[in-house]
Design a protein around this ligand. Structure first.
Ligand code: BES
Ligand code: ZN
Ligand code: ZN
Length: 493
């Protein structure tokens, strides 16, 4: 995909297909955004069509020699950077469906929008992410899915703005490609996206950007005392992989460790899930995918922060060698855990990751995981569950989430919740005594292993998969977390 920036008015380009943005009118009609509108000569046609400019409303119409697309932004007072991502997404999908190859987007300027650079970034992210498809496993592609946009042209009004827009567009492209990598890994089935495949992906990112990468396979993990990972992995035929990917730029201002849950398939283990609940559990490595995507983006963007990715990759299988309810594990930290439910496996593998992270003396540790079904009950599919032992870090995460529209909602970590995770015979149990507040009790478990680290935990169980298509998220993997973490790291200093 080629992305270029030009200056002038949309119509002056005399190329197909320009996307005009329109606000929802108060009466019958929509009002197109001024600079696009004045010169396009489309006004009457649009008015006659009954187009209202509601959010996502679309009109595809002849325009001189070619075509134009008009996209509704909704009411002007509701304009936001998120509306603009959606604008670009609707425009991109509509133009692709038409079979045309070039999409022309205006870099809009408005009091409700951030800088030109951020606006350009949002447009590119919205367009590229909306065009994402997971189709490489189909032997024959339908004619419809062969359609592809080849070029996106961003148009700024003043020539002096082009450089800013170019910078934003470049970042948007890097970030969208990193989200797409995460989506590919998540959408990929567990027979293909195995723990070793995740390790290979980490190695390939390391090679591309000259990062340090170490992969420790199952046999060694056993010897080295990674009891949490080994407990989960011992039932599996695929050897678990513990992956560490280190991005260390020359002038780093801080170090942030990112831990990802990489359960390539969660059957529940001996506490086997029902057929219904097991469907979709290939997505249980969405945290690991987010970490890999983020590492790729921060390296490509050359951010001045050390970022250490730590991933525990394994599937969770029942077998003759699998752990059983009541087994006690000694984790890497030395703390013992009574495993009363083998389906609460994410916290077991993450406990070793969080403990391991301490050796990098990070300024912050953030783990990301499809950890609890309870998170879906509490927050549904619109908010990531956040827990943190540090208010400043929590605020940073919340603000990043709001900016990129990967919104998070913080839950408490009060001591009483932790009491529910005490075992009679070991230091901890892996499920609570009451089953209540499952997202918080899981986080209380993790908190023990985060110890003194400045730590935040993101539960993405409800947000990592989209059952319904959204403007820039096709059905399937969302790739959630990448944009949030990259935004957070870009603003770290
Ligand atoms: N991977 C699941 C979390 C999950 C469950 C995500 C359902 C999406 C839908 C996790 O490993 C798990 O199974 N958690 C259990 C914990 C319970 C046994 C305490 C859960 O949430 O049911
Ligand atoms: Zn599970
Ligand atoms: Zn799981």
């Amino acid at each position: 995909m080629r992305i270029t920036v030009k200056s002038g008015s949309l119509s002056a380009l005399r190329q197909s297909v320009p996307a005009y943005a329109a606000f929802e009118g108060n009466e019958q009609t929509a009002s197109l955004l001024p600079h696009a509108w004045a010169t396009s000569g489309l006004g009457k046609t649009v008015r006659d069509s009954g187009f209202r400019g509601g959010q996502g409303e679309q009109l595809f119409l002849p325009n001189g020699q070619g075509w134009a697309v008009i996209i509704g932004l909704g009411k002007e007072k509701d304009l936001s950077i998120e509306r603009l991502r959606r604008f670009a997404a609707h425009a991109a999908r509509r133009v692709r469906a038409s079979g045309r190859k070039t999409l022309i987007l205006p870099v809009l300027v408005h009091a409700s929008l951030p800088s030109l650079e951020e606006t350009a970034q949002a447009l590119v992210e919205g367009a590229l992410l909306s065009l994402y498809r997971f189709d490489y496993l189909k032997s024959e592609r339908a004619p419809e899915t062969k359609k592809a946009i080849e070029e996106i042209i961003l148009v700024v009004q003043r020539p002096g703005d082009a450089a800013y827009a170019r910078k934003g567009a470049e970042a948007g492209k890097v970030i969208a490609e990193s989200v797409s990598l995460a989506r590919d890994l998540i959408n990929g089935p567990s027979n293909l996206v195995t723990p070793t495949a995740l390790a290979d992906e980490a190695r390939s990112i390391a090679k591309q950007f000259k990062l340090a990468c170490s992969v420790t396979p199952f046999a060694q993990l056993k010897r080295l005392g990674f009891g949490g990972i080994v407990g989960v992995a011992q039932g599996s035929a695929h050897p678990a992989q513990f992956i560490v990917l280190e991005y260390r730029p020359a002038k780093a201002r801080a170090t942030v460790a990112l831990c990802g849950k990489g359960i390539t398939f969660d059957t529940g283990g001996i506490n086997l899930k029902s057929a219904e609940k097991m469907i979709g559990m290939k997505y249980d490595m969405s945290g690991a995918a987010a970490v890999l995507g983020t590492l790729k983006a921060v390296a490509a963007l050359k951010l001045p922060v050390n970022v250490i990715g730590i991933i525990a990759a394994t599937d969770n299988m029942p077998s003759g060698t699998a752990q059983k309810p009541g087994d006690v594990l000694t984790t890497l930290s030395g703390k013992t855990v009574e495993v009363l439910n083998t389906d609460a496996e994410g916290r077991l593998v993450l406990s070793d990751c969080l403990h391991y992270a301490k050796r990098f003396k990070p300024d912050a540790v953030i783990d990301i995981a499809t950890l609890t079904g309870a998170c879906i009950l509490a927050l549904g599919t619109f908010a990531v569950g956040l827990t943190a032992n540090d208010d400043k870090l929590a605020k940073r995460v919340e603000e990043a989430g709001t900016r990129v529209h990967e919104r998070v909602w913080r839950l408490p970590l009060w001591e009483e919740y932790g009491d529910l995770m005490k075992s009679e015979i070991a230091d901890l149990r892996n499920i609570s005594t009451t089953g209540e507040a499952g997202t918080i009790t899981a986080a209380k478990f993790l908190q023990v292993f985060a110890g003194e680290s400045t730590w935040a935990h993101l539960d993405i169980a409800g947000t990592a998969w989209a059952d319904k298509e959204r403007p820039y998220v096709p059905r399937g993997a969302v790739g959630i977390g990448v944009r949030l973490l990259v935004d957070l790291l870009r603003r770290w200093s």
